[in-house]
Design a protein around this ligand. Structure first.
Ligand SMILES: [Zn+2]
Length: 106
C-alpha cells in the first residue's frame, strides 16, 4: 500500500528527529520511501491450529531503500504515527426497487 503524502511527511519528520540515517553498505545518505508493508502476526506458542491465520493481526513497516545501492531497512510504522484504520465490512442492504416516475397510475 503506497503511503499518502501526510504519512510520507511523518516518515521524513521522524527521520529528521533521529539524525542522519547512513547506509550500512555504501555509507549513502539518500533514501527512498517505499510502500507500506505488513507482516502477519503468528500467535505463540505455535500450534497446528495456529496456522489458520484468520483474524490474526498485522505489523506494519515502512521500508526505506538506499537510492545508491538498494540496501533496505524497515521501520516500525506505529512509532512514526502510521497506523491502519481498518473497518469491518458493513453488510449492504439489498437494493430496493425504484419507483418508475414515468409510470402512470390508471
Ligand atoms: Zn547504500
Amino acid at each position: 500500500m503506497a503511503l499518502d503524502k501526510a504519512s510520507e511527511q511523518k516518515v521524513c519528520n521522524w527521520l529528521a528527529s533521529k539524525g542522519q540515517l547512513v547506509c550500512h553498505l555504501c555509507q549513502g545518505k539518500a533514501w527512498g520511501i517505499g510502500d507500506l508493508v505488513g507482516n502477519t502476526i503468528v500467535p505463540t506458542p505455535l500450534a497446528a491450529t495456529s496456522l489458520n491465520l484468520t483474524g490474526a493481526g498485522v505489523s506494519l513497516y515502512v521500508p526505506l531503500s538506499c537510492i545508491n545501492c538498494g540496501y533496505v531497512v524497515f521501520l516500525a510504522a506505529a512509532p512514526i504515527g502510521i497506523t491502519a484504520h481498518l473497518r469491518a465490512a458493513q453488510p449492504t442492504a439489498p437494493a430496493q426497487p425504484q419507483a418508475n416516475p414515468e409510470e402512470k397510475k390508471p
